[in-house]
Write a protein that binds this ligand. Structure first.
Ligand SMILES: [Zn+2]
Length: 305
């Protein structure tokens, strides 16, 4: 979890002040009386007054009572990145509301977020997943429909958080490969299962991505030989403009894509193939290019068809 301290904060007194400031923001947003707020913090009303006068410190267990009640992360009180609109909507029972940061220009399906959530739950534990969902202010209700749209910022943020927790490029490749488990019975899968051969599977994959997975990038086959296929991924300029970003995603998202492409052959019952990103927009290239090693897949296909 990102515990970096925001700029301008360099002492525990400032952190305490920031936490109190955020508690007050929540009190005003949710129109809590002092009595309601003290109950949520599990302190007496006169103690709450002392806390706000700074003659008594708020204990972390008391803050945790409030964050548990509202399904928020403690870190967000320190970092001050709470989405107050989401807090208000969730408190009114609109649990499928997703913070605007993750819905503006949404071009990905929640199904891809579920790939990350499943991986995190299996490899890091449900408590890590819970803390991440609280951090992102995304509820279980919000992820019920896998076709709900979510934007690329979500994938940028989750990969950066996971990277700070120690995940490496190879882990993001594994997560991308895991996407096959989520997609194998979907409409996307049906479009690929009827491919005429491995190269056709990648042709269809590039075409169907925008219809069923995401359209943050435009995908096309740039070059193909009997042993390799090069897939280009280029930012969708409309999305980049809407999100005011010069590049969408980050190198971790690219590794996820490489892992995703490695399973293109799985849709036609062939083992996964190796994929390398040979050019990357995040390192100065005009677009990201992935090299798919299709040699073994072709050999195996030709033997059985
Ligand atoms: Zn890249």
């Amino acid at each position: 979890m990102d515990l970096s301290v925001p700029r301008g904060i360099n002492s525990t007194a400032q952190i305490d002040a920031k936490i109190l400031e955020n508690i007050l923001k929540i009190q005003h947003t949710l129109l809590y009386s002092d009595k309601q707020l003290s109950e949520l913090l599990q302190v007496k009303e006169n103690e709450l007054k002392r806390i706000f006068k700074k003659t008594r410190k708020l204990k972390v267990t008391e803050l945790a009572s409030l964050t548990d009640a509202l399904s928020l992360s403690i870190e967000s009180f320190v970092l001050g990145d709470l989405d107050l609109v989401a807090i208000e909507k969730h408190s009114k029972g609109q649990l499928d509301y997703i913070p605007e940061r993750y819905t503006q220009a949404g071009q990905s399906r929640i199904r891809s977020a579920l790939v990350y959530f499943h991986f995190i739950e299996q490899r890091l534990g449900w408590w890590v997943l819970q803390s991440l969902m609280r951090k992102f202010q995304i509820t279980h209700k919000a992820i019920e429909d896998p076709n709900t749209l979510i934007n690329i910022n979500f994938f940028k943020d989750i990969t950066e958080l996971l990277s700070k927790r120690g995940l490496e490029s190879s882990n993001f490749y594994q997560i991308g490969a895991h996407s096959y488990e989520m997609n194998k019975n979907s409409e996307f899968s049906k479009k690929l299962e009827i491919s005429a051969n491995p190269t056709d599977a990648y042709d269809r994959l590039c075409y169907e991505l925008k219809n069923h997975i995401e359209s943050n990038s435009h995908y096309r086959i740039l070059r193909q030989t009997p042993t390799t296929i090069e897939i280009e991924s280029k930012d969708n300029p409309d999305t980049a403009q809407a999100l005011k970003l010069s590049h969408l995603g980050n190198p971790f998202v690219c590794q996820y894509k490489a892992g995703f492409f490695s399973r293109g052959t799985s849709y036609i019952d062939l083992p996964s193939v190796s994929v390398k990103e040979i050019k990357c927009a995040h390192y100065g290239d005009p677009s990201c290019i992935f090299e798919v090693n299709i040699e073994l897949a072709n050999k195996r296909w030709n033997k059985t068809h």
